[in-house]
Design a protein around this ligand. Structure first.
Ligand SMILES: [Zn+2]
Length: 62
């Protein structure tokens, strides 16, 4: 049963294949965690900024 590392795409050795997560080594696992932490993985969400300066942003300038 072959499994490829989610980071470097190398085949995960059988010995380390028991590790939680599809990683060939702890190093790659740390890289994956680092990517999550740094926000490399971003969901394709629509960034709405309508709360910043909308038509209702009335300041007392009159
Ligand atoms: Zn790897």
């Amino acid at each position: 049963m072959e499994q490829l590392c989610a980071i470097c795409k190398k085949q995960i050795p059988t010995e380390t294949g028991r590790r939680p997560g599809p990683f060939c080594s702890e190093r790659c696992r740390d890289i994956d965690l680092g990517r999550w932490a740094s926000g490399t993985y971003r969901l394709p969400v629509e960034e709405e900024q309508s709360d910043l300066d909308g038509p209702n942003a009335d300041h007392d300038l009159s």
